[in-house]
Design a protein around this ligand. Structure first.
Ligand SMILES: [Zn+2]
Length: 407
């Protein structure tokens, strides 16, 4: 948002709605209409899409979470020659959205609302519009005749750590499906993205020893020790910023180190016994997050002798919170070249945010990311996507049909 734009200019007026001229408009309205906040079941949406795809002849497979409250859908339209397993194109999207709790929305978040040149609604950018556009083009793909298989991979629980899609990917690998590549429709402003960073995060728990704050030498101050380790992380972050390595194709061209949460202490007159903090590395492919972690761990363990001189039951421990691989599908790969054709430009870039593309790539399915809207509009109140972005997504699908269809 431009700093000079008054906030009121960003607010939709629900009275002034009109339907944009898009083939996928009804499909976008349908998908946004299901509340698929990550904590809720997504089965109503999955059942609806499955019925739609099966009515067009798709072979659909569901993989569930442990409670059977959520499902991934993997759907296949075989090529005209009957090939259903090799050389296909996967259109991939997550079905879940982030919560709207506590956010000031001016429209119903679960109703796609078109106002002027924008569409508002939870998930219009992240990322139901891409999936909806792919689904809306199914009749066109079929009418023109598929020369390659076309797959849809629709997952659950992406927004809480790419949890669901792993089961879908395991399943397709097990069944011998070998696609040419996967197009993940996360919001990139319809720019082609061929790489993103990996991410690995940990929680550090410092156990010190309580004492009255007038007797600090009798205690072990967990807050102060935690801050020393956070400072070690901060110094690592500065070193990456100032000395690299760099890859200037990324928006942030070096590995970043970040501490996001810290909790510790109970009262000023007590030497605190416990402090914990969460930190992450978002790393370039050539920086190894486990090596970085080893450095931090080694630094932390140096405090132990001093701590244990005061109290023997003190410790510093780390729990792994999440790990998602980065990926780099080179600009000359088949799927990247196809993406460039569909976008009508050879431009391609790299981004710092993680997606399911890294997991497809790790399973041997080359991936690219290209979807309507911008990541800055995701997760916000009044989430919106420009109608022009949706039109570009439709143009992408039409050119994709030109390349994978017989007619
Ligand atoms: Zn997303």
């Amino acid at each position: 948002m431009n700093a000079s734009t008054p906030l009121t200019a960003m607010r939709p007026d629900p009275a002034a709605t009109d339907a944009p001229d898009l083939l996928a408009w009804e499909m976008i309205r349908t998908l946004v209409g299901f509340d698929t906040t990550s904590r809720e079941s997504n089965l109503a949406l999955i059942d609806w899409i499955r019925a739609y795809l099966e009515s067009h002849g798709a072979d659909c497979l569901l993989t569930f979470d442990d409670d059977k409250r959520k499902a991934n859908l993997f759907a296949t339209f075989a090529a005209q020659d009957g090939n259903a397993t090799s050389g296909g194109i996967v259109l991939s999207g997550h079905t879940d959205v982030v919560p709207v709790d506590g956010q000031p929305w001016d429209t119903n978040p679960f109703e796609a609302t078109a106002i002027g040149d924008r569409v508002f609604g939870r998930g219009v950018t992240d990322m139901k519009s891409f999936s909806a556009t792919g689904l809306a083009f199914v009749p066109e793909f079929l009418r023109r005749g598929l020369r390659r298989p076309l797959h849809f991979a629709l997952s659950y629980d992406e927004e809480v750590g790419c949890i669901g899609v792993g089961r879908l990917i395991d399943d397709i690998v097990r069944r011998g499906v070998r696609p040419l590549g996967c197009i993940v429709g996360e919001p990139t402003g319809m720019e082609l993205v061929v790489a993103h960073k990996g991410k690995k995060s940990w929680r550090c728990r410092v156990r010190g020893h309580e004492a009255h704050s007038s007797l600090t030498p009798h205690g072990v101050n967990a807050v102060q020790l935690a801050c020393e380790i956070v400072t070690c992380l901060t110094n690592m972050a500065r070193a990456f910023r100032d000395q690299g390595g760099y890859d200037h194709a990324y928006d942030v061209p070096y590995t970043t180190v970040h501490t996001g949460v810290i909790r510790g202490g109970t009262a000023l007159n007590i030497v605190p016994r416990d402090c914990s903090f969460d930190f992450e590395f978002r790393h370039l492919p050539f920086d190894d997050p486990d090596e970085l972690f080893a450095e931090v761990n080694e630094y932390a363990q140096r405090f132990l002798p001093e701590m244990r001189k005061v109290a023997s039951n003190t410790h510093i421990e780390f729990d792994l919170l999440s790990a998602s691989p980065g990926f780099d599908t080179h600009g000359e790969s088949d799927i990247a070249l196809l993406g460039q054709d569909c976008n009508g430009t050879s431009d391609h870039g790299k981004v710092s945010f993680g997606t399911e593309a890294g997991l497809f790539h790790a399973a041997g399915v080359p991936a690219i990311i290209c979807g309507p809207g911008h990541i800055a509009q995701a997760h916000q109140p009044n989430e919106w996507v420009a109608v022009d972005q949706l039109a570009r997504c439709e143009a992408f699908m039409r050119r994709l049909a030109d390349r994978v269809c017989a007619a």
